[in-house]
Design a protein around this ligand. Sequence first.
Ligand SMILES: CC(C)(COP(=O)(O)OP(=O)(O)OC[C@H]1O[C@@H](n2cnc3c(N)ncnc32)[C@H](O)[C@@H]1O)[C@@H](O)C(=O)NCCC(=O)NCCS
Ligand SMILES: Nc1ncnc2c1ncn2[C@@H]1O[C@H](COP(=O)(O)OP(=O)(O)OP(=O)(O)O)[C@@H](O)[C@H]1O
Length: 269
Amino acid sequence: MIDCKPVNVTTAFVYRRASRSGLFYHLRIPKSLLRFPFRRMRIVGLTGGIASGKSTVSNLFKANGIPVVDADVIARNVLKKGSGGWKRVVAAFGEEILLPSREVDRPKLGQMVFSSDSKRQLLNKLMAPYISSGIFWEILKQWVKGAKVIVVDIPLLFETKMDKWTKPVVVVWVSQETQLNRLMERDGLSEEDARNRVMAQMSLDLKRSRADIVIDNNGGLDELHQQFDKVLSEIRRPLTWIEFWRSRQGAFSILGLVTSGLLVCKQLN
Ligand SMILES: CC(C)(COP(=O)(O)OP(=O)(O)OC[C@H]1O[C@@H](n2cnc3c(N)ncnc32)[C@H](O)[C@@H]1O)[C@@H](O)C(=O)NCCC(=O)NCCS
Ligand SMILES: Nc1ncnc2c1ncn2[C@@H]1O[C@H](COP(=O)(O)OP(=O)(O)OP(=O)(O)O)[C@@H](O)[C@H]1O
């Protein structure tokens, strides 16, 4: 038999009113459904600078069973041939950014936008709505699946002000020298191109000053793993109810609850 006990005072009130009126006479509302809006999920923000080691850290989270929403992957999907983002970007930048296959020539577009502030801002403006809605849906999917903790890996977390939605914010920090060397080595870039990419982002020192947790990734991988283990035990703890109510998730739950409560009451009167 389905357990349909109410889960807290507010839902109990709505539930009782609805039951008394006979609205739910034939309905059996499962407890899990009543609890749904109150599912607490910790959304950890992971950021840093280009080539500071975010993907290396997010792979460690994945290896430990924590789902990761990767903004770079979403941004890549948004630019796939024929998608809405692709159409807008091609219309603005012209067909010269396309390969013969009509996919975007990413290195070419990168060269254009990382050497011009105005072109980069234009690209950001065109892609932002697609990227943020992609991130939102991925987070929602994890929430529906019942994840207690997820990590969102967003290189431009502070620049796009999405840090307000995440707690804690983890910044993977390296010195500029290490960053440039790793970037040049990984992507085979000249020093000038690597500098342009680093300068296109908020300074890593400023990001570090705004972090809740800093991972210093100047050392080797062993050192990184040691720091990661501490971070993992800190973030694995699900949100407490106090943290939940203080978070934007809590605000959304209240809004959802008040709206549905009003709708039910309107039906009853
Ligand atoms: C310009 C593009 C085509 C270059 O593609 P490429 O394959 O060479 O790089 P990739 O996408 O792997 O990005 C590598 C890194 O560059 C940095 N970066 C990417 N876009 C930006 C940007 N608009 N501003 C500053 N840094 C950026 C990030 O640190 C990212 O991790 C691509 O980066 C892109 O589409 N950028 C715009 C979308 C965006 O803002 N992505 C960041 C996600 S929040
Ligand atoms: N502790 C480390 N020691 C040595 N190399 C490292 C370390 N951490 C990361 N790297 C290397 O540095 C490079 C950049 O790391 P990674 O790709 O994880 O950075 P990222 O922040 O995800 O970059 P992007 O912003 O471009 O997505 C990679 O080649 C990676 O293998």
